[in-house]
Design a protein around this ligand. Structure first.
Ligand code: SAH
Length: 508
């Protein structure tokens, strides 16, 4: 069968692709249809046709799937944020679990029955909306010259004007309207990506779910005179970065919970949202939040009394779903299996959240992170929580770890890693293998790179003991996964820290 562009086809959706698109077959010909839900029978129009497959646009749902759910957001199809809002939450969880499973089998090369024996059921949320504590809204100008903010349409940079995102907290809307109204009144321009003109590029809003504290950071396209830099990158002073700045600050300050207002300078033509230079204009340069860690083994995740408070800077990473973060961290801690005697390395540690929970149960923890502001936050977070057995280093994990291993012969009983989507660098994995910790806990936000890295670690002498997905991002196709690896030959471990000197002598 040959399909051409604009042909109409009727097809039943039998599967879902990694981006949440529906997959159906007609006469052995495969169709990929965005927004079609598994179990639907749909009419679709062919957009692009290849020899054995085609991409098609959903025109009409003929028989809706029993797995359909009523989406809350009228923009869910256009917006790039929620790919699977029309799918029931239960089915979303099944989809994510099988995505992790498939990646481990296909990319990791693990045996199916083995994976089924180590995988535990995905951890979902009771209320999968309004979960995000952080939102970044692009600012632009619409066809009529009005200033708008909202979300990028999927795979594009055109802004869908919408101040009410159901993934975020309801107060975001009030804050956005306040900023848009100030911009209109004072003729403040929005940034234009095409020509690099205009002032306001993005609005970052972060809310501490426990503390109720709100941080607003406006990313602006404005060069500043060279200022003496604090190591934190945060300046507190009264320069005018925005026209009628006092008016904006007065309006924002009147919003309940407002704690911190800052600007981030970004004059580069880039997709990177935040500029590295931050100036605090009002209130505190940071907000704080508290995380409680629960015991995953007890039903209902009862609170076990471990509770830490964290300071968060605009440039630091902080988990976006606080409800699920507690479960994710609980699981990572459980997998780490600490008794109080262990030396632990926490790579990609951010503001030291996981590190400090580990420290409460370990002898000594070392954290490594690339963003200097995050390490400053981590050090302060250790002090504010009265933790003395945690030390932090700024740098790339793949540079700091090998260098410390080579020069100081560092040692680890347990290594925890929580890298960004691209996963761990080979040099980092190589050093981990040389360090031969008893256990490795891998926290991953992309199961494809997780699977790739697990293959390397398992080829190097480790075995996967437990795997569990935690849904940090309901309505999107993404999920977090935690994996416990054990050393297959713990007997050949060398206590490097003790024997460093001798080893060095031998090498010479
Ligand atoms: N474990 C932390 C942070 C996880 S996000 C938490 O749960 O909050 C991943 C972190 O890795 C980010 O803070 C990012 O800045 C940092 N990072 C990215 N590349 C890195 C690298 N090559 N070396 C060290 N840290 C890196």
């Amino acid at each position: 069968m040959d399909y051409r562009k604009n042909d109409l086809v009727t097809v039943t959706i039998e599967d879902m692709g990694t981006e949440g698109e529906g997959i159906g077959k007609v006469d052995g010909f495969t169709l990929f249809i965005k927004d079609a839900v598994i179990g639907d029978t749909v009419e679709a129009r062919i957009l692009k046709s290849k020899k054995h497959y085609a991409y098609a646009r959903l025109e009409k749902v003929i028989t809706p799937s029993p797995f359909r759910a009523e989406p809350k957001c009228p923009y869910h199809r256009q917006c790039g944020g929620c790919q699977i809002q029309a799918l029931s939450y239960q089915k979303q969880l099944e989809f994510k679990e099988s995505k992790v499973r498939n990646n481990l089998i296909r990319i990791g090369g693990f045996d199916e029955t083995f994976i089924d024996s180590v995988m535990e059921p995905i951890v979902g949320m009771d209320n999968p909306y309004n979960y995000r504590n952080k939102a970044q809204y692009p600012v632009g100008t619409d066809k009529n010259g009005n200033i708008v903010t909202g979300f990028y349409a999927g795979r594009t940079h055109s802004i869908i004007a919408n101040t009410n995102c159901y993934l975020g907290v309801p107060q975001n809307e009030e804050i956005l309207k306040c900023i848009l109204s100030y911009m209109e009144r004072n003729k403040v321009t929005a940034y234009n990506e095409e020509n690099g003109q205009g002032l306001v590029r993005h609005i970052l809003i972060r809310t501490g779910f426990t503390s109720g504290e709100i941080m607003v950071c406006l990313v602006i396209n404005k060069k500043t005179a060279k200022l003496s830099y604090q190591a934190s990158g945060i300046q507190k002073q009264n320069n005018e970065f925005l026209p009628a700045q006092g008016e904006l600050l007065r309006d924002l300050a009147s919003i309940k919970g407002m704690t911190s207002v800052s600007v981030s300078i970004n004059t580069e033509k880039t997709n990177v949202i935040m500029g590295k230079e931050i100036h605090c204009l009002w209130g505190s340069p940071t907000i704080q939040d508290t995380i409680h860690v629960r015991d995953m083994q007890k039903e209902g995740y009862p609170f076990t009394g471990q509770e830490l408070t964290f300071k968060i800077s605009p440039l630091s990473f902080y988990q976006v779903n606080p409800v699920q973060t507690e479960k994710l961290y609980s699981l990572a801690l459980e997998y780490a299996g600490l008794t109080g005697q262990e030396t632990v390395w926490d790579l990609y540690c951010g503001i030291g959240t996981i590190s400090l929970f580990l420290a409460a149960k370990a002898k000594q923890v070392y954290g490594v992170e690339i963003v200097p502001q995050a390490i400053e936050d981590a050090k302060e977070n250790a002090v504010r929580n009265g933790i003395e057995n945690a030390e932090f280093f700024v740098g790339k994990a793949e540079e700091v770890l090998p260098q410390k291993y080579r020069d100081e012969g560092i040692y680890a009983d347990v290594i925890v890693v929580d890298p960004p989507r691209k996963g761990c660098d080979e040099a980092c994995l190589g050093t981990m293998l040389q360090m031969k910790p008893e256990r490795i806990v891998y926290v991953s936000c992309d199961s494809a790179t997780l699977a790739r890295d697990l293959k390397v670690l398992c080829d190097g002498g480790y075995e996967v003991k437990r795997v569990r997905a935690v849904d940090q991002f309901p309505m999107s196709v993404h999920t977090e996964t935690v994996c416990l690896l054990g050393n297959r030959k713990p007997d050949v471990r060398v206590k490097i820290s003790v024997e460093t000197e001798e080893l060095k002598k031998k090498e010479k």
